[in-house]
Write a protein that binds this ligand. Sequence first.
Ligand code: SAM
Length: 227
Amino acid sequence: HLSKRLQTVSDHVEPGSRLADIGSDHAYLPIYLAKHKVIDYGVAGEVAKGPLSNATKEITKEGLLTILHPRLADGLSAIQPQDQIDTITIAGMGGILISDILENGQARLSGREKLILQPNVGEVVVRRWLMTHHYQIKAEQILEEDGHIYEVITAVKSARLIHYSAKQLRFGPYLLAEKSPIFITKWLEECRQLQRVVTNMRRAAHEDTLKIQEIEQQIQEIDEVVN
Ligand code: SAM
């Protein structure tokens, strides 16, 4: 049984995919997919020894060591050409870390991989990385679990540069078009938080009026989207 968050990520993995799950920790995602026969080949990459041993232990316990390969590696260096990976999942970390992993691992990408990314925060950084590296966003999901709101972004390489506006990068092109109740909840909460920041800055007679203006502009942008 997977968390709703990882279930949403797993929904994007097509049957027969050769998967690399980067930052796999317990390898719950590839194990679930292998057990349900969605995949018959996977790499579980981990940069840290503790999480790698979690992955190895779980994969062994499930008798899946012939299908799933735990590897100690930084980011995409877990991927070897002979793996013929066609799907990469990176979930449960910040958007900056996800885009760093993609940036530093470009030599390991063939450009034919489907990327399924689930940043916990900093989604805008991920979308910006995708755009500047000629990826096209194919789908986006937003979900709530245990009081947290998560986004899942799926992308594939495109022959041409797809331009996303600043607004689309921030809110997500699909999520913005859809404006689901969870999306509205997320941005209303973000709006309230920014308002608190501005109030505190004013109360403290903050010198940086430029910063205040910038935050107020963000608040207005959110306002226009949710109202
Ligand atoms: N992907 C799982 C999930 O979504 O539930 C586990 C997420 S866990 C919070 C993040 C994992 O990413 C940690 O186990 C950490 O060791 C790993 N990690 C962080 N930076 C990494 C990198 N550069 N390469 C591989 N793994 C990394």
